[in-house]
Write a protein that binds this ligand. Structure first.
Ligand code: SME
Length: 160
C-alpha cells in the first residue's frame, strides 16, 4: 500500500474510533470497537486484537477479530510478551526470524505489538496486529496505532 493511502485510511479510522468511543467509559466495549474498526479498515490486517494483563507477567486474550488466537501468553513468550516486558512497540517484519514467536495461525508472516497504558501509566494490555504478508508494518502503523491505544487510557472495567 502507498504511504499516503495508508496515512489517509488511518486518519479516517482514527476519527471513526474517536467518534464511536465518545462518552463510552467501558474498557472492554472500547477495545472491541477498536479491534473491529481497525480490522475492517486496513487490508493488511489479518488478525487484530488485544491481550490484557490479568496477573503479574500474564496476558490473556481479549477482544479480537480474525482466526482463533492463543488464550494465555506469558510475558516471557512471543512478540506480545516481549512488548509487554519492554513496554515498547515491537515491529516484526518476518515472524519466522523472531525467537520465541508464537504461531497462533501459520498464515501470519509479520506482526506489530503496541503496549496499552491506563491513565496512571500502568501497562494494562497489548494491541497485537498480524499480517499474512511479510514486512507489512512500518512507522506509519506504529505512530497511528500508538495514538489509537491512548483512547483507552481513561476507560475502566469491573474485572481486571
Ligand atoms: N504471534 C503472537 C501471539 C499472538 S497471535 O499472533 C494472535 C506472539 O508471538 O506473541
Amino acid at each position: 500500500m502507498e504511504r499516503e493511502q495508508k496515512e489517509e485510511i488511518y486518519r479516517q479510522v482514527t476519527d471513526a474510533i474517536r467518534a464511536t468511543l465518545e462518552g463510552e467509559t467501558d474498557l472492554i466495549a472500547s477495545m472491541a470497537t477498536i479491534a473491529c474498526l481497525l480490522h475492517h479498515s486496513l487490508d493488511h490486517f489479518f488478525w487484530t486484537g488485544f491481550y490484557r494483563v490479568v496477573a503479574p507477567g500474564e496476558l490473556l486474550i481479549g477482544s479480537y477479530q480474525g482466526t482463533l488466537g492463543c488464550l494465555h501468553i506469558s510475558f516471557d513468550r512471543g512478540v506480545c510478551g516481549a512488548a509487554a516486558r519492554s513496554e515498547e512497540t515491537i515491529v516484526v517484519p518476518n515472524v519466522h526470524q523472531f525467537p520465541g514467536h508464537i504461531a497462533c495461525d501459520s498464515n501470519s508472516k509479520s506482526e506489530i505489538v503496541v503496549p496499552v497504558f491506563d491513565d496512571r501509566d500502568e501497562l494494562i494490555a497489548v494491541l497485537d496486529v498480524d499480517s499474512a504478508e511479510y514486512d507489512a508494518f512500518d512507522e506509519v502503523d506504529k505512530r497511528h496505532l500508538e495514538e489509537i491505544v491512548t483512547f483507552l487510557r481513561n476507560k475502566t472495567t469491573l474485572s481486571p
